[in-house]
Design a protein around this ligand. Structure first.
Ligand SMILES: [Zn+2]
Length: 856
């Protein structure tokens, strides 16, 4: 039973304050007991941007008033906004939703024979507003929910017999409200359409991204954020047949719906049926409904669905039809265009029309969609059976936490993972039982297994909207191998709670040692530094009698000498024990400083560590993505605060408060010669500047460092080859390294290489910043290998003329300090667990690196 609407509210709602026929057309009449969005909000849709909490309140009201709806809260954002889905269907379906879910799941769990699909409804997930400053769709979500629940129109009522509709009004509420606040608080009255008005020109970091400035429309695969984690958890309970993903694009554009660009947009592991038959069936409905309201649109020319982490591609890999919509943005309430004004209201109406077109096409093809889903998962198993690859084995002997994080990701995608039955050796790599795991290819999620492990080097197209490589196992720098013979598995991994266990260690009056190999060792180091523990780091390897047995300790091992602390030994023991438990990083007690091999604990090759005091430059001209990645990394992995300092106040910043300055990609035009000199002088005093990608190029071009970028080979008077004008975008796009994975050779003896055991590691490259290797033979920390290609598209010119000759990471000396120049982004999308350690090393060990002078 639902609550009865209080009397005064009935009075309010019954007064028709606003005419909203513009949106609803002939979708009425409506039940007067259900408040329309405009009645609930107190303004017509499109007059303001609706705050997320009001949308949530409206949906809660709908769920409480109607028997046709219930509300699911599937998570909370970083800023603690609720992530919601309104479940809508007829009363009977709503009451038996769990039964319907169980019936629907037999489409996924293909062991069970397919029952009569005409008896089960179609599951439609209308998902909106993943990019916060593309706001039209969340407003359309309210109109859609209202229409479905309140309309007495017989067509609309009949939709609810055949479909369960899951409305997620806003995938990215934190970003949405950042933009909502911007647009509402700068709204003129009367409205101002001038494109130069502040309302239409959001400030850095804008509302597209989430709290940490991440693009959630890339995070479906990587699942770094609570928004995606909550969604994936929901997703794998319901496996909808159709999923929408509503966006906005440039103000002078029109409207886009699928099919996408016919060449590049296809993930080779997908059944073609999705891109051809299904897309065409739906396109017919979209065009016909948009024709009726006179809206212009385009299809087939643009956008690319290959990267599997979009809202319009991930569901495809789960046997659904995922649909991308792009609406020209009014970015604000009204804005001038080449062809008159575009209003917020107009953009909302197109999204509303497409929402209903999606519902209609889904219902018209209901049985097909259900059969397709079953066929999708059946074909996954059949294709796997035909493959020569029977499974993938992986695991890192030195870093259990990184292995665990990778397994966590696989489990989020419902990939079956097992313990290894016995240790095996493949391609000269040993995989030890206990440290290594196996993923069989023969499983319903075979296509996700392929997504995680397979790499490609041939491509049908060369211009990608985004990354052309996503073999996630490489993101984690995970030793792995194909298994081509049959194998027995050990126990299935249900969760990873017990995968990393820490042994107790005794208290010591002499010293503790902590290996640097584990992913969370840097977090433990920072915790210890916070608790006033004094630490040193080993610049050379050694072996020493630790508790019980002799241990081999690698470079980077942390040393805590007990007698040198200002805290007493019992308290120290408690701190080290607590840190070891919290971060699940093993510590060892030692009672002697005398090593069996290598350096002793009193060696000068142990350097005293300083606590990092980092500053990150942010603001106009700086990549908010890369800045956000560092902020997120330090917050969530290290629990370390970082000052995010706006460039516009850099002039007055007293740099003495910091010892590490981080600059990510950006133009840095705001830093004039005086300010550049200020940075240089500060570095020369012994501090560390870390530059990433374009910031490295900036430091070189502005002569902060005496390094160089690879030069273009001279044309030597050659005439320019004529090319067709119509192919220009394609030719130019090709030359950009859009996102691919390459191997580098890492100097494991350099402090930036500490914690690594294999010198060949994969890195992510999505720029054309080509660093020349340093003239100082000790300063090139990593350089591309002879055959560096791992995964993704690159032209042969970029590969041979530039990449193979360039460095990925170098250190350059300025006075007593140093600049650490990354050509590649070690923290890409919060998912590169494999190269995060390079950045951690720069942060914690940077101050101890002094590049020796070499006579020329
Ligand atoms: Zn978008």
């Amino acid at each position: 039973m639902k609550k009865i609407l209080p009397y005064f509210l009935i009075f309010l709602f019954s007064t028709t304050l606003f005419s909203q026929d513009y949106f609803y057309g002939t979708q009425g009449p409506f039940d007067p007991k259900i408040p329309s969005p405009e009645q609930f909000l107190g303004y017509p849709i499109g007059q303001y941007h609706t705050r997320h909490d009001k949308t949530v309140a409206y949906f809660k009201t709908l769920a409480s008033l109607s028997d046709k709806a219930t509300l699911t809260v599937y998570g909370k954002t970083h800023e603690k906004r609720e992530l919601i889905i309104l479940n809508i269907s007829n009363e009977e379906n709503i009451n038996t939703l769990e039964d319907l879910r169980q019936k629907h799941l037999q489409l996924v769990d293909v062991k069970s024979p397919l029952s009569d699909v005409s008896q089960i409804p179609v599951f439609i997930n209308l998902a909106y507003n993943v990019h916060g400053n593309e706001p039209s769709s969340a407003e359309a979500a309210m109109l859609t929910a209202y229409t479905l629940i309140a309309s007495k129109n017989k067509d609309i009522i009949s939709y609810l017999d055949d479909a369960v509709i899951f409305i997620d009004p806003t995938i990215n509420p934190d970003g949405r409200d950042r933009h909502t606040q911007w647009a509402n608080s700068r709204r003129g009255n009367p409205l101002v359409a001038d494109k130069y008005d502040i309302e239409h020109n959001e400030a850095w970091p804008r509302g597209r991204t989430n709290h940490y400035w991440f693009d959630l429309n890339r995070d479906w695969l990587l699942a770094v954020h609570p928004e995606s984690q909550g969604k994936l958890n929901w997703y794998h309970q319901w496996y909808p047949n159709v999923v929408t993903d509503f966006h906005e694009m440039g103000t002078n554009s029109t409207y886009f719906f699928e099919p996408m660009k016919p060449i590049a947009s296809k993930d080779p592991i997908m059944p073609k049926e999705n891109y051809t038959t299904l897309n065409e069936l739906f396109a017919k409905q979209f065009s016909s409904d948009l024709n009726k309201i006179g809206s212009l649109y385009f299809t087939k020319e643009a956008f690319d669905g290959t990267y599997p982490g979009y809202g319009s591609s991930y569901p495809d890999l789960q046997g659904a039809l995922a649909l991308l919509f792009e609406q020209a943005s009014s970015r604000g309430h009204v804005q001038e265009t080449d062809m008159g004004k575009i209003t917020f209201k107009f953009t909302i109406r197109n999204q509303y029309i497409s929402s209903f077109a999606t519902i209609k096409a889904s219902i018209d093809n209901k049985d097909y969609l259900n059969e397709y889903k079953h066929r999708f998962f059946t074909s996954a198993i059949k294709t796997a059976e035909k493959s020569s690859v029977k499974g993938y084995v992986f695991g890192d002997d030195y870093d259990k936490n990184r292995t665990k994080e990778f397994i966590d990701l696989l489990l989020k995608h419902k990939i079956n993972v097992y313990q290894l039955d016995k240790s095996i050796k493949l391609n000269n790599t040993s995989f030890k039982k206990g440290n290594a795991f196996i993923v069989p290819t023969k499983q319903p999620q075979y296509r996700m297994v392929q997504t995680m492990f397979e790499t490609y080097n041939t491509y049908r197209d060369s211009v990608y909207y985004d990354a052309s490589a996503w073999s996630t196992v490489n993101f984690y720098n995970m030793p792995y191998n194909k298994v081509t013979s049959s194998f027995k598995t050990g126990a299935k991994i249900i969760n990873t709670n017990d995968l990393v266990n820490i042994d107790d260690f005794a208290s010591s009056k002499y010293a503790y040692l902590i290996p640097w190999d584990d992913y969370y060792a840097p977090a433990m180091l920072y915790y210890l530094q916070q608790h006033k523990v004094k630490l040193k780091v080993a610049f050379k390897p050694f072996s020493i009698q630790a508790t019980k047995e002799k241990h081999q300790f690698n470079r980077g091992t942390l040393l805590i000498p007990v007698s040198l602390q200002s805290i007493d030994s019992n308290k120290l023991y408690e701190i080290v024990k607590t840190a070891s438990k919290e971060f699940k990083v093993q510590a060892y007690a030692v009672n002697t400083g005398y090593s069996k091999q290598g350096i002793d604990l009193g060696s000068r090759n142990f350097r005293t560590l300083k606590k990092p005091k980092p500053l990150l430059l942010v603001g106009d001209g700086v990549s908010s993505y890369e800045a956000g990645e560092i902020w997120h990394l330090l917050d969530t992995k290290l629990k370390m605060p970082i000052a995010k300092v706006p460039l516009r106040i850099f002039k007055k910043v007293n740099l003495k408060r910091y010892n590490t300055l981080v600059m990510v990609s950006g133009s840095y035009k705001q830093l004039d010669s005086l300010q550049r000199q200020k940075i240089k002088n500060w570095v020369a005093k012994g501090n560390t500047l870390i530059t990433i990608r374009e910031a490295s190029a900036w430091a070189i071009k502005n002569k902060l460092v005496k390094e160089s970028l690879l030069k273009k080979e001279k044309d030597s008077g050659k005439t320019v080859k004529r090319l067709p004008y119509g192919d220009a975008a394609e030719h130019i796009g090709k030359k950009r390294v859009g996102g691919a994975i390459f191997n580098v050779d890492l100097d494991l003896s350099n402090p930036l290489g500490f914690g690594y055991h294999r010198k060949i590691i994969p890195v992510y490259r999505n720029s054309n910043v080509w660093l020349s290797p340093s003239k100082n033979p000790y300063a090139t920390v990593s350089k591309y290998t002879k055959n560096p290609h791992v995964d993704g598209f690159i032209t042969s010119e970029n590969l041979n003329t530039y990449l193979k000759k360039s460095a990925s990471l170098i250190i350059s000396k300025i006075g007593n300090g140093r600049v650490i120049l990354f050509a590649d982004n070690p923290n890409f999308r919060g998912a590169w667990y494999g190269t995060n350690k390079l950045f951690f090393n720069a942060l914690f060990f940077g101050s101890e690196i002094s590049i020796p002078k070499v006579d020329k």
